[in-house]
Design a protein around this ligand. Structure first.
Ligand SMILES: [Zn+2]
Length: 437
């Protein structure tokens, strides 16, 4: 397979592209330059690409960035070479894009989703860190690809290249989704509601790393997608003189502190694991003022959607009760969620069969504990609810540092392997065409 492609040449092109994404990272909803660059590559292949508001749904797009920040990032992307017409179409946080690759023969519709966003981490400039040593370290302050989504974006482009070169043997069509905002849980819901996966008979996601494995090991499925719920709690009280009239104040800081310690003490559910984190606590205006405002950012997780709901319900209840104790007002703001999910066993079996013939794949496993949350689950839910099947691949590599760490880096061999795995799956699943299709 892929006889018309020079694997070595493609791999080195994809590595260059990954290094470019790495050098110019952008966080969720601000992936202007990244998306524009992806669209360039897809259009070079002659593919129709959808982008802008047509691939999003306003009610589901939880834009975090202020207009000011968004404009700053658009201007920066323009200065860094992004096409102005593309930036205009994405203005307002409509980042990410979708390309459709039509096969020469009839067959199923296969969704392949990669995520493209970075994290708010200041990347290390230590010479032992390959991106620093080889001059593609992030040039954006406090922003870094520390989860491998730069590799995912390059893998997506690689899949497009491979499938365009093999269109004659592609049965059906492939919908290639470059999803923004995974880390913020803002991209999958918005794109799913816009219908990007509603035609999919099969859906594949991909992640590099997560656990340390030799290059050449690929997981055909994962377990342990944690359901997640995120919300902010804003407590409003009343300021007063801390010496002259403390009894006239209503202490929002005390309410938020009470909520914090009590949320951390929620009894755990017997049915499975759960998590809770109060990640930010901002309160107060001065030493001698009763604090009238406090802000908490909170997330809960659970091994199942039900366990997570239990944690989230308890957390919100505690916030309201703590506000009551101090006669404060409380506002909770939903900041995204996704369910737990399972990969489809029938598709996983077929995936194992196909992956074992892919160049560079030495071992295929199926018992990979994901142990985190992934908003692709929202797309899984949609595809599975319509009778389709979904799975998530892990492209193994040794970890030099944990994900979301300032020293994180990838083994660049995973890019070519990941692209070949996904392209081969699109060709193999389509050619078989018997998986409930
Ligand atoms: Zn990730």
């Amino acid at each position: 397979m892929f006889e018309r492609d020079s694997g070595v040449l493609m791999d080195s092109e994809l590595i260059c592209l990954r290094r470019e994404f790495h050098r110019y990272p952008e966080t969720g909803g601000l992936e202007y330059r990244t998306t524009a660059r992806i669209i360039d590559e897809l259009e070079k292949l002659g593919l129709p690409v959808q982008y802008g508001s047509s691939v999003h749904t306003d009610e589901k797009l939880f834009i975090r960035a202020s207009e000011e920040e968004s404009e700053f990032c658009i201007n920066r992307a323009r200065e860094e070479g992004a096409r102005p017409d593309l930036l205009d179409a994405m203005r307002g946080g409509y980042t990410g894009c979708v390309a459709v690759i039509e096969g020469a023969k009839p067959g199923p519709t296969i969704g392949i989703r990669v995520d493209i966003d970075a994290l708010t981490i200041q990347e290390t400039s230590e010479p032992s860190h390959a991106p620093a040593a080889e001059d593609f370290v992030s040039v954006h302050e406090n922003c870094m690809h520390a989860c491998g989504h730069d590799a995912h974006a390059a893998i997506g482009v690689g899949v497009a290249k491979l499938l365009c070169a093999n269109r004659d043997s592609l049965c059906g069509k492939v919908i290639l989704i470059f999803q923004p905002g995974e880390e913020l849980l803002l991209g999958a819901g918005s794109m799913t509601a816009a219908g990007v996966v509603s035609q999919c008979d099969y859906l594949f996601g991909v992640h590099v790393g997560l656990q340390s494995l030799p290059v050449g090991t690929v997981a055909a499925s994962v377990t342990g997608f944690l359901a997640i719920h995120r919300f902010d709690a804003i407590f409003r009280g009343e300021a007063s003189h801390a010496g002259g009239a403390p009894e006239k104040g209503r202490n929002a800081l005390a309410a938020a502190a009470t909520a914090t310690v009590n949320m951390l003490a929620i009894p755990r559910h017997h049915e499975g694991s759960s998590r809770i984190n109060v990640g930010e606590f901002i309160a107060g205006t001065g030493r001698n003022v009763i604090p009238d405002k406090a802000f908490l950012s909170i997330e809960t997780r659970g091994a199942s959607t039900a366990i997570n709901k239990y944690m989230a319900d308890r957390a919100e209840c505690i916030c309201r009760a703590a506000a009551d104790m101090y006669e404060c007002q409380i506002e909770t703001v939903f900041m995204g969620s996704c369910n737990s999910a399972a990969c489809d066993t029938e598709l996983v079996a077929e995936t194992v069969r196909i992956l074992s013939h892919v160049d560079g794949v030495e071992r295929v496993i199926t018992d990979f504990d994901f142990g985190a949350s992934e908003d692709i689950v929202t797309m899984f839910d949609e595809v599975q609810a319509r009778g389709g099947q979904a799975t998530e691949l892990i492209i193994g590599m040794p970890l030099v540092a944990p994900h979301h760490n300032d020293h994180f880096d990838i083994d660049e061999r995973v890019i070519g392997i990941g692209a070949r795995c996904l392209a081969q799956l699109a060709l193999g699943i389509g050619a078989k065409g018997s998986l409930n299709y």
